[in-house]
Design a protein around this ligand. Structure first.
Ligand SMILES: [Zn+2]
Length: 309
């Protein structure tokens, strides 16, 4: 009996250790000749790893461009230290694939170095709006200590459709495919290295955040991206992906949209937990193990009116 108890306790510790290890912040991986990235973070948590948000680093002859900046000054400073371990070239540019906290609240650490912050013109990352959101960081599980030193820094340059950034010997093309995950979601293509950063237009192994999405526009954006020349695609969250993951994402959105609509007819927010369980059975099996609670959040935000009682 004791031996069995010990085994159970040890198993518990093993599971705990794996979970804790997984929550440690990710490290930069070399993706191609000019590109490094975070990719494949598991056990998403707000403080440990910015909900598993990925980043990119593109290194040219003259300059470095950083794609997304994580959730806080602290997380961005840690990223900066990792960048400094692979290059001492100036970080001249930061790109925000969109304005959500896990991708843009670390801008401040790079702005301090004089980096130009580039985003699509619909970006709503401005001191007024997000200053208020910073005050509510607690609702995302972030403490004052987590957010120490974090200030919201809006883009210094915006563009409408596309722009190319020359880093010396390597170019990054930013493209806006129309409204999708958000109204300002863009992609970044490093065509010489055949690497595409899809931002949160692609989630792999993660249930996506759909609450603000234009679900029809999003499916069109994915169709457009499916003809990319890129061989490696870095999603906003999840491991290095390929075109087949873009197709899976499109199918997930299609099924979510059609099935959630049916399941939610006549229901209210109070029914969200039960409907989420039903919907999880109908969504395509695509190995999405991270953030299953997103399904309920997406249902509540999109299809279920708040109940009056
Ligand atoms: Zn994200």
């Amino acid at each position: 009996m004791h031996a069995l108890m010990n085994r159970i306790v040890m198993l518990g510790w093993a599971v705990w250790a794996v979970t804790t290890l997984g929550q440690e912040s990710p490290n930069l991986q070399k993706i191609s000749e000019h590109v490094y990235a975070y990719a494949g973070t598991t056990n998403a948590s707000p403080t440990g790893n910015a909900f598993g948000a990925n980043v990119g680093v593109v290194i040219g002859r003259d300059a470095v461009l950083v794609i997304d900046t994580l959730i806080s000054a602290k997380a961005a400073t840690r990223l900066l230290e990792q960048i400094r371990a692979v290059t001492d070239k100036p970080i001249k540019y930061v790109v925000n694939t969109h304005d959500h906290l896990d991708h843009a609240w670390g801008n401040c650490a790079f702005a301090k170095l004089g980096a130009i912050i580039i985003a699509q013109e619909n970006s709503r990352l401005d001191a007024g709006k997000t200053g208020e959101t910073l005050g509510h960081a607690g609702q995302y599980g972030l403490t004052a200590a987590d957010m120490e030193g974090t200030t919201i820094v809006p883009p210094s340059i915006t563009f409408k459709q596309s722009v190319k950034v020359d880093l010396g010997g390597i170019t990054v093309e930013l493209n806006y495919p129309g409204p999708s995950h958000t109204v300002s979601s863009i992609t970044a293509l490093v065509s010489q290295d055949k690497v595409l950063f899809a931002g949160d237009i692609l989630f792999s192994h993660y249930h996506p955040y759909l609450a603000e999405g234009d679900l029809t526009g999003w499916q069109h954006a994915l169709i457009e991206l499916e003809s990319t020349i890129a061989i490696k695609i870095i999603p906003g969250h999840g491991p290095v992906s390929t075109v087949s993951d873009l197709r899976d994402m499109r199918e997930y959105i299609r099924v979510f949209d059609t099935e959630a609509r049916k399941l939610c007819a006549g229901k209210t927010a109070a029914d969200a937990p039960v409907i989420a369980q039903e919907l999880l059975k109908l969504l395509p099996e695509q190995g999405r193990t991270e953030l299953p609670m997103m399904v309920q959040a997406n249902l509540a935000a999109r299809f279920l009116p708040k109940s009056n009682h």
